[in-house]
Design a protein around this ligand. Structure first.
Ligand code: FES
Length: 154
Protein backbone atom coordinates (compact mmCIF):
# COMPACT_ATOMS: atom_id res chain seq x y z
CA UNK A 1 0.00 0.00 0.00
CA UNK A 2 1.31 3.43 -0.94
CA UNK A 3 2.01 5.94 1.81
CA UNK A 4 0.65 8.87 -0.14
CA UNK A 5 -2.60 9.84 -1.77
CA UNK A 6 -3.88 12.79 -3.74
CA UNK A 7 -6.68 15.21 -3.03
CA UNK A 8 -7.83 17.99 -5.33
CA UNK A 9 -8.53 20.98 -3.13
CA UNK A 10 -9.58 24.36 -4.48
CA UNK A 11 -8.46 23.36 -7.95
CA UNK A 12 -4.99 22.17 -6.95
CA UNK A 13 -3.86 18.54 -6.66
CA UNK A 14 -2.21 17.98 -3.28
CA UNK A 15 -0.08 14.97 -2.46
CA UNK A 16 -0.57 13.98 1.16
CA UNK A 17 0.43 11.34 3.63
CA UNK A 18 -2.07 8.52 3.47
CA UNK A 19 -4.73 9.55 5.99
CA UNK A 20 -5.73 6.14 7.30
CA UNK A 21 -9.10 6.75 8.92
CA UNK A 22 -8.61 10.49 9.41
CA UNK A 23 -11.48 12.70 8.45
CA UNK A 24 -11.38 15.15 5.59
CA UNK A 25 -11.79 17.96 8.13
CA UNK A 26 -8.65 16.87 10.00
CA UNK A 27 -6.63 16.64 6.80
CA UNK A 28 -7.81 20.03 5.52
CA UNK A 29 -7.15 21.82 8.78
CA UNK A 30 -4.08 20.01 10.11
CA UNK A 31 -2.18 19.04 6.96
CA UNK A 32 -3.22 21.69 4.47
CA UNK A 33 -3.68 24.56 6.92
CA UNK A 34 -7.12 25.39 5.55
CA UNK A 35 -8.95 26.58 8.65
CA UNK A 36 -12.17 27.82 7.03
CA UNK A 37 -14.09 24.65 7.84
CA UNK A 38 -14.69 24.42 11.60
CA UNK A 39 -15.06 21.55 14.02
CA UNK A 40 -18.40 21.92 15.77
CA UNK A 41 -20.29 18.79 16.74
CA UNK A 42 -18.08 16.25 14.97
CA UNK A 43 -21.21 14.23 14.23
CA UNK A 44 -22.45 15.62 10.95
CA UNK A 45 -25.22 17.60 12.59
CA UNK A 46 -24.28 21.28 12.90
CA UNK A 47 -22.78 22.11 9.49
CA UNK A 48 -19.78 24.09 10.76
CA UNK A 49 -17.42 21.81 8.82
CA UNK A 50 -19.20 22.06 5.46
CA UNK A 51 -17.13 21.87 2.29
CA UNK A 52 -18.25 21.32 -1.28
CA UNK A 53 -17.57 17.98 -2.92
CA UNK A 54 -18.11 18.23 -6.67
CA UNK A 55 -20.19 21.33 -5.91
CA UNK A 56 -22.49 19.75 -3.31
CA UNK A 57 -22.33 20.51 0.43
CA UNK A 58 -20.73 17.75 2.50
CA UNK A 59 -19.87 17.35 6.17
CA UNK A 60 -16.10 17.04 6.35
CA UNK A 61 -16.15 15.92 10.00
CA UNK A 62 -17.76 12.58 9.17
CA UNK A 63 -16.20 11.96 5.76
CA UNK A 64 -13.03 9.87 5.62
CA UNK A 65 -10.43 11.81 3.65
CA UNK A 66 -9.60 8.84 1.46
CA UNK A 67 -13.21 8.80 0.22
CA UNK A 68 -12.76 12.33 -1.12
CA UNK A 69 -9.93 11.30 -3.44
CA UNK A 70 -10.87 11.72 -7.09
CA UNK A 71 -13.41 14.45 -6.31
CA UNK A 72 -13.19 18.23 -6.46
CA UNK A 73 -13.11 19.65 -2.95
CA UNK A 74 -13.84 23.32 -2.39
CA UNK A 75 -13.27 24.99 0.94
CA UNK A 76 -14.17 28.47 2.14
CA UNK A 77 -10.72 29.63 1.01
CA UNK A 78 -11.48 28.38 -2.50
CA UNK A 79 -14.51 30.62 -2.96
CA UNK A 80 -12.41 33.77 -3.20
CA UNK A 81 -11.20 34.89 -6.61
CA UNK A 82 -7.89 33.56 -7.78
CA UNK A 83 -5.37 35.10 -7.95
CA UNK A 84 -6.63 38.40 -6.51
CA UNK A 85 -8.10 36.92 -3.32
CA UNK A 86 -11.19 39.14 -3.69
CA UNK A 87 -14.14 37.76 -1.73
CA UNK A 88 -16.90 36.04 -3.68
CA UNK A 89 -20.37 37.56 -3.87
CA UNK A 90 -21.67 35.36 -1.01
CA UNK A 91 -18.79 36.25 1.31
CA UNK A 92 -19.27 39.95 0.53
CA UNK A 93 -23.01 39.75 1.17
CA UNK A 94 -22.49 38.14 4.59
CA UNK A 95 -20.12 40.97 5.51
CA UNK A 96 -22.49 43.67 4.24
CA UNK A 97 -25.56 42.20 5.97
CA UNK A 98 -23.71 41.21 9.16
CA UNK A 99 -24.68 37.60 8.65
CA UNK A 100 -22.50 36.40 11.52
CA UNK A 101 -22.29 37.04 15.22
CA UNK A 102 -19.69 34.75 16.76
CA UNK A 103 -18.86 33.52 13.26
CA UNK A 104 -18.54 29.84 14.10
CA UNK A 105 -21.33 28.72 11.79
CA UNK A 106 -20.31 31.16 9.08
CA UNK A 107 -18.27 28.69 7.04
CA UNK A 108 -21.18 26.28 6.76
CA UNK A 109 -23.67 29.02 5.96
CA UNK A 110 -21.50 30.48 3.21
CA UNK A 111 -20.63 27.11 1.69
CA UNK A 112 -24.23 25.90 1.71
CA UNK A 113 -25.51 29.21 0.36
CA UNK A 114 -22.92 29.10 -2.43
CA UNK A 115 -24.10 25.65 -3.49
CA UNK A 116 -27.72 26.80 -3.37
CA UNK A 117 -27.08 29.86 -5.54
CA UNK A 118 -25.10 27.86 -8.05
CA UNK A 119 -28.13 25.60 -8.57
CA UNK A 120 -30.81 28.22 -8.01
CA UNK A 121 -29.61 31.79 -8.68
CA UNK A 122 -32.95 33.34 -7.66
CA UNK A 123 -34.11 31.45 -4.56
CA UNK A 124 -37.19 32.40 -2.61
CA UNK A 125 -36.89 33.01 1.11
CA UNK A 126 -38.37 29.56 1.64
CA UNK A 127 -35.74 28.03 -0.68
CA UNK A 128 -33.04 29.66 1.44
CA UNK A 129 -34.60 28.47 4.69
CA UNK A 130 -34.84 24.95 3.34
CA UNK A 131 -31.26 24.90 2.07
CA UNK A 132 -29.87 26.16 5.39
CA UNK A 133 -32.16 24.19 7.69
CA UNK A 134 -29.41 21.77 8.74
CA UNK A 135 -26.84 24.49 9.40
CA UNK A 136 -27.12 25.55 13.02
CA UNK A 137 -26.51 29.07 14.34
CA UNK A 138 -26.54 29.23 18.12
CA UNK A 139 -26.35 33.03 18.20
CA UNK A 140 -29.74 33.32 16.51
CA UNK A 141 -28.52 35.39 13.56
CA UNK A 142 -30.96 33.70 11.19
CA UNK A 143 -32.63 36.92 10.02
CA UNK A 144 -29.28 38.40 8.99
CA UNK A 145 -28.14 35.11 7.47
CA UNK A 146 -31.19 34.89 5.23
CA UNK A 147 -30.83 38.56 4.32
CA UNK A 148 -27.21 37.87 3.37
CA UNK A 149 -28.19 35.09 0.98
CA UNK A 150 -30.92 37.28 -0.52
CA UNK A 151 -28.33 40.05 -1.03
CA UNK A 152 -25.96 37.61 -2.70
CA UNK A 153 -28.73 36.57 -5.08
CA UNK A 154 -29.47 40.16 -6.19
FE1 FES B 1 -19.33 18.58 11.12
FE2 FES B 1 -20.86 19.61 13.07
S1 FES B 1 -18.68 19.64 12.89
S2 FES B 1 -21.49 18.76 11.18
Amino acid sequence: MTNTFELTVNGTARLLQHPGDRTLLDVLRDELGLKGAKYGCGKGQCGACTVLIDGAPARACVLRAKRAAGHDITTLEGLADRPTGALCVVQKAFLECEGAQCGYCLNGMVMTASALLRNNPSPTREDIRLALRHNLCRCGAHVEIIASVERAAE
